[in-house]
Design a protein around this ligand. Structure first.
Ligand SMILES: *Cc1c(COP(=O)(O)O)cnc(C)c1O
Length: 496
């Protein structure tokens, strides 16, 4: 399987190159040249296997240079019960007649672990397989969860160094503390003044800054990305859509062919896009329901075909979805346009110059067929947390609560009665004070939420208080390139 580029489909690279580069040189994203198909029998056989085995089989279809045995070894290590607390890292939790796909049982308590426990294995092996003489410098912008998950995934991984930038006021207290206390001898964390889009734009600039590139190359490094633009992030996420379907089959909740709808709390469009790939592979998925918070640029796009980022940015209680430019949407545009990189290039250049584009009719109608979209205000998000806690004793974090609100709206207006799975993306303890506020209790952090809910505090959050803060302060966006060079080259600021 070769990979091509959303902005130039004459380009061809191998899987290892796509993973090592992250972003294509022309700013486009790598996509598989074709999407492999699973038959009914394939899916039925997969439903008898463990999660790690399912992961190895699915990923091998996209990774010619890797054997199933190798991938199984990575999957067993990435999704071990030591790291995820049980044999199944992505369990379904039933509440009344709907399901939650809980993706937050990993080391950092958010769904990003599903991909970022796997990516370092893929990346490190890609360096070896491609015969690279350079080591990888992972550069990442985070709205909170990616950063910590990437740091945990890459800490002390040989031949890699990792730099994480986060918006100084755009992450929760626990998220900030998780990053400030990061351990490992190859890590660097820096807060940036501005919001997530500013931070992400800063990182994208560094990736294409030829002066920075040549300086780090001399030092023996090449840039790579752990952001969800990297194919190595999306691929592991396809697995849990398939796995949820397999689990429903295995427990008799559905028979093969019955459609399952997934409602996904969405920011950068990586999670829901993996669901699209699973659907294309033959997993009987009905609608993909795209749930946004008040940064509802995707809701408008899916409903009207106009993508318009010229709007106020809202800092919400679901900060990992506070995004106005959803990078992975570019991949969907490419596939829905019939692999037309000319169309995608034109739309992306309109977005970068005017901040707005209007999708051609073909993309617009395919999008409507595939998806349904709405959003939750802050009040609606809080009400959803409260309702599910009081009604079902199910405590949702604010991101998951956004999806709960939207799935409720979808059910009310839909005539189809498919099984509905709401994707649950973070442990509520990551956002204790906002969850407490939603159930009408004054802020008081982890211990207070424990007092109210009685739910076990994840050990990785409990131990944060005892850890040493290693990274403090914040810098303006224009100092980001310098910060990277200072970390890699060990130069003092004024000599850069
Ligand atoms: C990252 C994240 C999201 C958004 O996922 P995307 O792949 O960026 O759409 C939702 N919820 C949580 C908790 C996250 O960390």
């Amino acid at each position: 399987m070769q990979y091509t580029c959303t902005r130039d489909n004459s380009l061809r690279v191998s899987a290892t190159e796509a993973i090592l580069q992250g972003l294509a040189p022309n700013g486009g994203l790598y996509v598989p040249e074709s999407i492999p198909i699973l038959s009914e029998n394939d899916i039925k056989s997969l439903s008898k296997l463990s999660y790690a085995e399912r992961a190895a089989v699915v990923m091998s279809l996209y990774l010619d240079e890797f054997s199933v045995e190798e991938l199984l070894e990575y999957a067993k290590s990435a999704y071990s019960s030591e790291k995820f607390g049980s044999e199944n890292p992505a369990p379904l939790h039933r509440v009344a007649d709907e399901y939650f796909l809980e993706l937050w049982h990993g080391p950092t308590c958010a769904f990003k672990d599903m991909a970022l426990q796997m990516l370092p294995h893929l990346l490190s092996a890609s360096l070896t397989k491609s015969g690279s003489s350079h080591d990888a410098l992972i550069l990442t912008a985070t709205s909170g969860d990616t950063g910590k998950a990437a740091l945990e995934g890459f800490k002390d991984v040989e031949r890699t160094k990792i730099v994480v930038f986060y918006p100084v006021d755009g992450v929760s207290d626990v998220q900030k503390l998780q990053m400030q206390t990061q351990e490992g001898n190859n890590v660097y964390v820096q807060a940036v003044q501005g919001n997530f889009d500013d931070t992400q734009t800063g990182v994208k600039k560094i990736f294409t800054d030829s002066s920075v590139i040549s300086k780090i190359k001399e030092a023996g490094y090449k840039f790579s990305s752990a952001n969800s633009i990297n194919w190595g992030r999306l691929l592991p996420q396809i697995v849990y859509y398939l796995s949820a379907y397999c689990d429903l089959l295995a427990e008799g909740g559905i028979t093969f062919g019955e459609k399952v709808d997934f409602c996904v709390p969405t920011g950068n469009f990586g999670n829901i896009l993996s669901g699209y790939y699973a659907k294309c592979m033959g997993v009987p998925i009905g609608k993909l329901i795209c749930a946004s918070n008040s940064n509802n640029v995707l809701t408008d796009f899916i409903n009207t075909g106009v993508y318009d980022r010229n709007r106020d940015f809202h800092s919400t209680i679901s900060p990992s979805m506070d995004i106005l430019i959803s990078s992975n949407l570019e991949r969907l545009l490419y596939h829905l346009s019939g692999n037309d990189s000319g169309v995608v290039s034109a739309l992306m250049s309109e977005l970068s110059t005017n901040g707005v584009y209007s999708a051609p009719e073909k993309i617009k109608s395919a999008m409507k067929e595939l998806m349904w979209a709405d959003y939750a205000s802050e009040e609606e998000t809080r009400t959803s947390i409260e309702n599910y806690w009081r009604g079902y004793s199910y405590l949702a974090d604010p991101h998951t609560a956004v999806a709960i609100h939207v799935s409720g709206k979808y059910i009310n207006q839909s005539s189809e009665k498919n099984t509905l799975v709401t994707v649950s993306t973070a442990n509520p303890y990551k956002f204790s004070d906002d969850v407490l506020a939603a159930v009408g209790v004054k802020a008081g952090g982890t211990e207070k939420l424990y007092g109210v809910s009685g739910l076990p505090i994840p050990p990785q959050i409990k131990s944060l208080k005892e850890k040493t803060v290693k990274f403090t302060g914040s810098i303006p966006r224009n100092e980001m390139p310098e910060a990277v060079l200072t970390f890699i080259l060990g130069l003092s600021q004024d000599t850069v």
